[in-house]
Design a protein around this ligand. Structure first.
Ligand SMILES: Cc1cc2nc3c(=O)[nH]c(=O)nc-3n(C[C@H](O)[C@H](O)[C@H](O)COP(=O)(O)O)c2cc1C
Length: 321
């Protein structure tokens, strides 16, 4: 969050999800992202679980923290999570969602928002889900415009967000495949959404929030260079190290490599392959500096069919309505 905020950052953050089960307490590590949020950017606490009574108790504990509101996760497609009828798994059971959202709405006097997908198997399930969200007067709905079955790689379904805009009076936020400012603007125009949420695209390109702001303010495009990316990687390395309780170089490099998978997309196969083999800090930075210590502009979009980014072509056409 600190690293993103230094490069503009979003209007608000959402925590990783707090897993809620019988007698659970908020995870201490995730709590730190609220208590030590130095960015000045408000943060929502996201919860996930299947037992409404436990969800209410945990929400009440979280409400004592400095949060912008509580967000309910109805989108996680992990088979373990869905198997426990939590996250996206709950989308198969609108009656259970109805009960859970009703109880949470009664217990949360401040902002209560929901993050959903457009169905479990099929988007034909979506209108019934919207009816449940409408009934309980939630304060906002973020829609990752895929079904749970779609997981992460397919094109998104903008018309579902348009439908939510028609049916709900709360703000609707569009999410999925915003890989650059053009995709963000098109997604917004296609859906009439009140805002955008970005995940993977912002890890690859932390300037994305400001690039979008500038596009809307009709200011000149912000074009980050390879050296800007190098500084971002150095910043991320230092900040993640600051967070490690028991810093071990080898583990830290493995941790960085997970995030680097997003960052190196489109910077050449060789860089990506070499990154996989890095073991030490010295090797890691020598590789990054070797590839990035220059002022060439970064590619605006990731490659079309990488494992981590795909299905976004539909959102890139500059002539979309
Ligand atoms: C590794 C990973 C972890 C995620 N964790 C969460 C999470 O804790 N809560 C959540 O609402 N969404 C989570 N998501 C989903 C994203 O918020 C987002 O809905 C999805 O990636 C599509 O948006 P994007 O194309 O901008 O990434 C996660 C996604 C990935 C790839």
């Amino acid at each position: 969050m600190r690293v993103l905020a230094r490069r503009g950052g979003p209007d608000w953050f959402v925590t990783e999800f707090f897993r809620v089960h019988l007698n659970s307490k908020p995870d201490r590590y995730i709590l730190r992202s609220i208590r030590e949020n130095e960015t000045g950017i408000p943060i929502f606490a996201q919860i996930i679980g299947s037992d409404p009574e436990s969800m209410v108790s945990e929400a009440k504990v979280l409400l004592r923290e400095r949060i912008a509101g509580i967000d309910l996760n109805l989108g996680c497609p992990s088979p373990t999570v869905c198997g426990k009828s939590a996250g996206g798994g709950l989308l198969r059971k609108p009656n259970e969602i109805d009960r859970m959202i009703g109880m949470l709405r009664d217990a949360i006097p401040t902002r209560f928002t929901v993050k959903t997908r457009v169905g479990y198997h099929d988007e034909s399930e979506f209108p019934a889900l919207l009816e449940v969200f409408r009934k309980h007067a939630i304060d906002g709905l973020t829609i990752h415009a895929r079904t749970v079955a779609d997981r992460y790689q397919t094109p998104v379904r903008p018309h579902c967000i348009g439908l939510a805009r028609e049916r709900l009076s709360c703000p609707v936020i569009a999410n999925g495949n915003v890989v650059n400012a053009q995709a963000g603007e098109n997604f917004h125009r296609l859906t009439g959404a009140n805002g955008l949420m970005m995940g993977r695209g912002a890890i690859r390109n932390p300037w994305l929030f400001n690039q979008l702001r500038r596009r809307y303010d009709e200011q000149a495009t912000l074009t980050p260079t390879a050296r800007d990316l190098l500084e971002y990687i150095e910043d991320l390395y230092a900040e993640l190290a600051r967070e490690s309780k028991d810093f071990q170089e080898k583990h830290h490099i493995q941790r960085m490599k997970k995030t680097m998978l997003y960052i190196v997309q489109g910077l050449g196969e060789e860089f990506e392959q070499q990154m996989r083999r890095m073991q030490t800090e010295e090797e890691f930075f020598a590789l990054c500096r070797g590839h990035l210590n220059h002022n060439a502009p970064l590619p605006d979009v990731p490659p079309e069919q990488s494992k981590l980014f795909c299905g976004f072509q539909d959102l890139l056409d500059p002539s979309l309505p």
